[in-house]
Write a protein that binds this ligand. Structure first.
Ligand code: MLT
Length: 410
């Protein structure tokens, strides 16, 4: 009989959001008349911006003509999109990123999950706690950890985000090789300022480590003093890879487009100590395993950078941030503390009780789905994450239902 990759047996039985979906379905089956409002998984709800839709339509029409037809495109993405990204997301912020350093893809989840493939098996990896589960599970699948003991995998260095450090982890005391960071953070919504990011870049330089920087939620930053790409930080081009997405800014969760920046100067070594370009390795991997994002979707992504697109994206993210404000103020009215929601669509609530219990209370008594913090790691225990991705009416109603349920209990 064919043998399996036994590293998969170390994983928790299912992905966090599948676990939640199962509990929600069970509740719905038992209570068919109780309408549920979902503020759990961070999936957008508002329609695609008009500018993106127009670009999509136009590209689809072009594909119906001999002249405008596009077959396989460049695996790294079309130049029109890579140039728009480099100019608007990086050069406009003083970050010297060249279009050729950008790899267009179908998701930041896939890229942040797959990037580990190009690194050695026995490297030391630091992951935040709480954490976006993809960073952890993909390394477990690849065999870079031991077993899960008390909800932590042997072999990882965990970077704790707690109320004591304002949910921003400090650099570890020991040397690591790869560091996953995400700001604005998923799940906590916390943001790192320039000094905090600089400390990470300096640390990475000092131990010749790489930072894998997930900036999928950057479009929600409103505080202009906060960095909007890690490459605004001096020295970051020598140590950092950045992941971005069109999912949360332009509502592309169902349309699929993202990108990864790998500076050409990033070098990693083989077992003999010889240096190799990380950009070249990822390019090799990307061309082997990926055939590019479709032409119409890349045209829709390019439209995000037009003047009309920029103002639609701003309005869309403002809309979710207003939802986040409603969530925050309801949480505070209930006497609970929280972070996030000001430069992020996620609100991280210190529930002061076991997080799956609180999740169940909110589901069963208010009909509201959230995400239990413990599902993101041991430091998430005692917290829940509330997502601001929903209609205004649903967010208002959900928070009213939560207030009613919790005050009735008090
Ligand atoms: C989340 O809820 O954490 C997000 O949906 C994750 C993702 O974008 O994959």
């Amino acid at each position: 009989m064919t043998r399996i990759n036994e590293n998969y047996l170390k994983l928790k039985a299912s992905y966090l959001f599948s676990d939640i979906a199962k509990r929600v379905s069970a509740f719905q089956e038992a209570n068919p008349d109780k309408p549920i409002i979902k503020l759990g998984i961070g999936d957008v709800t508002e329609p695609l911006p008009q500018t993106c839709r127009d670009a999509l339509h136009e590209a689809v029409d072009a594909m119906g003509t001999s002249k405008g037809f596009h077959g396989y495109g460049p695996e790294q993405g079309y130049d029109f999109l890579r140039e728009a990204i480099a100019k608007n997301d990086f050069q406009a912020r003083g970050a010297d990123i060249d279009p050729s350093e950008i790899f267009v893809s179908d998701g930041a989840k896939c890229d942040s999950g797959n990037i580990q493939e190009i690194f050695a098996q026995d490297i030391k990896i630091a992951v935040p706690d709480p954490v976006y589960p993809v960073y952890v599970d993909t390394n477990v699948m690849a065999g870079r950890t031991g077993n899960n003991v008390n909800d932590r995998y042997e072999g990882f260095v965990y970077l704790e985000s707690t109320p004591n450090n304002g949910y921003i982890p400090s650099v570890p005391d020991e040397k690591v090789d790869l560091i996953y960071l995400c700001f604005p953070n998923n799940p906590t919504g916390a943001t790192a300022n320039r000094d905090q990011l600089k400390a990470w870049v300096d640390y990475a330089k000092s131990c010749e480590a790489f930072i894998l920087f997930d900036a999928a939620y950057v479009a929600f930053i409103r505080d202009e003093s906060l960095p909007q790409t890690i490459y605004e930080i001096e020295g970051a081009k020598d140590v950092a890879i950045e992941f971005r997405s069109f999912s949360k800014n332009a509502g592309f969760t169902g349309t699929r487009c993202a990108y990864t920046v790998i500076p050409k100067g990033l070098m990693a070594k083989d077992s003999s100590g010889a240096g190799h370009s990380v950009h070249a390795l990822w390019n090799r991997r990307h061309c082997t395993k990926f055939n590019g994002v479709s032409y119409p979707v890349q045209k829709a992504a390019e439209a995000v950078y037009s003047d009309a697109g920029k103002s639609e994206i701003k309005a869309l993210t403002d809309f979710y941030l207003e939802n986040a404000k409603i969530v925050r103020s309801a949480v505070e009215e209930l006497g609970l503390s929280c972070v996030g929601g000001d430069n992020s669509p996620y609100i991280w609530v210190n529930a002061q009780r076991p997080s799956w219990d609180f999740f169940d209370t909110l589901l069963n008594e208010a009909g509201v789905v959230t995400t239990p913090g413990a599902g993101f790691g041991t430091c998430g225990e005692g917290h829940i994450r509330i997502s601001a991705f929903n209609s205004r009416q649903n967010v208002e109603e959900a928070m009213q239902r939560i207030k009613n349920a919790l005050t009735a209990r008090a």
